[in-house]
Design a protein around this ligand. Structure first.
Ligand code: FUL
Length: 690
């Protein structure tokens, strides 16, 4: 039987139970979540753990050729992972049981490419088993990532692989207890080891995996599971089109069951979609998904994490936050500290609901069982709703005295569908109503950051809805201020600019690597630097006495005398202007390979390079490259080449290092881009000198 049909039946039964309890309750409108999706949505926050053989090669993707003997974590402890996640307020963990390299973290019967051929526990270990056990003890739910793309397996691309893939699914979904979510990444086909063939294989992600039957198997083995799939048939959950940690402000939990979904649509859902497919926001606590020691200082700061928090489950999404497991086999201390700090800040922000037990009235009420008070009673199963056909209505909370607040939270009772299309929040200040926010969707949960306001009343008005609104919760908070760390950039001329996001704050900085404090230099205007320099800065708010986290940037040689060779277009200088926001694209009729040559103005000892793709669009992102150096722009030596792993979904700075070499010219050759077209673009190109 079709799973949607089964879900629909379950759902009708589930909803019927609730609806029958309340005579005169509204009927569901449009697609609604099934019980599995409901259970998942209420988890809100859970962890991703990325760990594989490529943790030991410092790569984002393994190509399937690395020898299992290099997989040797020295202190692997699944209890540490689970403890950190639990203390950070998370409700579950999704582990990369098999990433694209094909290396399995459990001793699969169907391959030799697994922990059983590693020195870890003399080949007798099972990480999936250890994690399942630890999760059970701590009351966290277990989820698994099984990469459909397998760069090790000889038969990948042929029908035989599907049997192998399903055998592995059967192992994972049978031997480790309940699995709440299965994760199928969309990266599919490409170059790999493939049992020694070392070739490029293409598959059609829509048809190759026969998802229909694969899903059937999964649901048979784990009836309570939710399926995440960004590559094939529409699953239970959707990707939100970015790995940066946000979903659109307008976010419908709906898609159409068939048809293509462009990334922009994933970000917002489809207003009149015919299926319930809610968004899950996945992002990493560091730039990469896997552990790289050189990212130890780039763990996201509290303001960054709070931003992600508000932009994910503050916008009707769930948050799947990744910790890379390090080579010891642990969540790194810095990541742990960051996650716990986030949890503390969230608890502080939402500690006191200022709307709780306050006088509340509504412009329309369906009857006493659905009164305005039902939105304030803290019970997720009760709700305020209006008579059928009433799509515009407001709810007014009377604080009884002037009250200061800056956060607004609302939840729809989504078991009856997602209905609200637009709403406003107003405050009664000095006898007049002031609009604080005008927004679109709500869904399971919407949180708004409002300007800090002191008012005696707050009015929440639904100005447009698909059907009469059904609101299960409204809450108001006054969250403590958290300062954003300043942003530091350096121009082509070597001028350092430091910008604070919070207007009232003062910036303190150092140029010698020491930690900035209030006795450090105060930043007022840009200043010039030469050569390598390390800048650290903080923002300080004299009113609250609070400081931001420290931002640290290391700049290499100044680009003052750098020139692009053989490019007439003036705009091309954007590639070396030090501004990550500006980008340049090779002319449209270009061909691959495409070269970009930079004259460094003098000989430098070059030990690596850095490439940042254009941040504004998804085209022109280089996926494969060759990097060469020269002293005379005639004779070139290739010093590095390969792929920028996962750059498509995560278009961040790419760093490649090599044995230092003296050179005056550098050449970045783009051999492929992420879309298999000829577009090539660059936000920045830089070198690492010695
Ligand atoms: C991506 C993968 O290619 C990354 O390596 C990572 O697993 C991320 C969560 O999904 O698309």
């Amino acid at each position: 039987m079709n799973h949607r049909f089964v879900s629909a039946i379950l759902l009708v039964l589930g909803v019927a139970g609730t609806v029958c309890a309340q005579p005169n309750a509204p009927k569901p409108f449009g697609p609604v979540p099934n019980e599995n999706q409901m259970r998942w949505q209420e988890m809100e926050y859970y962890a991703f753990l990325h760990f594989s053989i490529n943790t030991f090669t410092d790569q984002e993707w393994g190509d399937g050729a690395d020898n299992p003997t290099i997989f040797n974590p020295t202190q692997l402890d699944c209890y540490q992972w689970v403890r950190v996640c639990k203390e950070a307020g998370m409700k579950g963990i999704i582990l990369t049981a098999k990433h694209h390299s094909g290396f399995c973290l459990w001793p699969s019967r169907y391959t030799e490419y697994s922990v059983k051929n590693s020195p870890w526990k003399n080949g007798k270990g099972d990480i999936v088993g250890d994690l399942a056990k630890a999760c059970k003890e701590y009351g966290l739910k277990l989820g698994l990532y099984l990469s459909p793309w397998d760069r090790n397996y000889a038969d990948y691309g042929r029908p035989e692989y599907i049997t192998y893939f399903r055998n592995q699914l059967r192992e994972l979904l049978t031997n480790y207890g309940d699995v709440f979510e299965i994760w199928f990444d969309g990266a599919n086909g490409g170059s790999g080891y493939y049992g020694g063939a070392r070739e490029t294989r293409k598959i059609d992600a829509k048809t190759y995996y026969d998802w229909k039957n694969t899903y059937k198997l999964i649901r048979e083995l784990q009836p309570k599971i939710v399926i995440w799939n960004d590559g094939g048939d529409r699953a239970d959950l959707r990707w939100v089109g970015t790995e940066e940690g946000y979903v659109g402000e307008t976010n419908w939990s709906l898609l159409n069951a068939t048809g293509n979904v462009p990334e922009a649509m994933l970000r917002h859902g489809v207003e009149n979609g015919d299926s319930w497919v809610p968004g899950e926001v996945n992002t990493s606590i560091r730039p990469g998904w896997f552990y790289h020691a050189n990212e130890d200082s780039r763990v996201k700061s509290l303001p960054q994490l709070l931003n992600i928090y508000y932009s994910s489950f503050g916008r009707n999404g769930t948050l799947l936050l990744n910790y890379p497991i390090d080579r010891r086999g642990l969540i790194h201390e810095t990541d742990e500290k960051a996650a716990l700090t986030l949890d503390k800040a969230v608890k502080e922000a939402f500690a006191v609901n200022l709307a709780g037990k306050k006088k509340v009235t509504a412009s329309n009420v369906r009857g006493a069982a659905f009164g305005a008070d039902k939105a304030l009673d803290g019970d997720k199963n009760t709700y305020w709703t209006t008579n059928d056909q009433v799509k515009t209505a407001s709810l007014t909370i009377d604080f009884g005295k002037p009250t200061t607040f800056n956060r607004f939270l609302a939840q729809e009772y989504i078991r009856l569908g997602q209905r609200v299309k637009a709403f406003t929040v107003e405050a009664l200040v000095n006898g007049g109503w002031r609009e604080l926010a005008r927004q679109t969707t709500i869904g399971y949960k919407r949180i708004l950051i409002l300007p800090t306001t002191t008012a005696t009343q707050l009015r929440f008005t639904i100005i447009d809805a698909k059907s009469n609104p059904v609101i299960s919760n409204v809450a108001i908070y006054n969250a403590p201020q958290v300062l954003m760390a300043p942003v530091v950039t350096r121009t082509k001329e070597g001028e350092i600019q430091i910008k604070a996001t919070d207007k009232e704050s003062v910036i303190y900085y150092t140029v010698d690597g020491s930690t900035p404090a209030r006795n450090s230099k105060t930043y007022t205007t840009p200043f010039r630097t030469d050569g390598k320099v390390s800048i650290k800065a903080i923002a300080y708010d004299p009113n609250s006495g609070k400081s931001s986290s420290v931002v640290a940037e290391i700049f290499d040689v100044v680009h003052r005398n750098w020139k692009l060779v053989g490019v007439a277009d003036e705009k091309a200088n954007k590639v070396i202007d030090g501004d990550p926001e500006s980008a340049w694209y090779q002319p449209k009729d270009g061909q691959l390979p495409a070269d970009l040559i930079v004259d460094l103005g003098k000989q430098e000892n070059v030990a690596g390079f850095k490439y940042l793709p254009g941040q504004g669009r998804s085209s022109g992102i280089i996926s494969h490259y060759e990097f060469a150096v020269s002293s005379d722009n005639q004779q070139w030596s290739i010093v590095s080449g390969g792929e920028f792993s996962n750059i498509k979904n995560n278009p961040l700075w790419q760093t490649k290092t090599f044995k230092p070499v003296n050179a005056r010219y550098i050449r970045l050759r783009a051999t492929h881009n992420t879309q298999n077209t000829t577009a090539v673009g660059y936000a920045e190109l830089d070198i690492i000198s010695q």
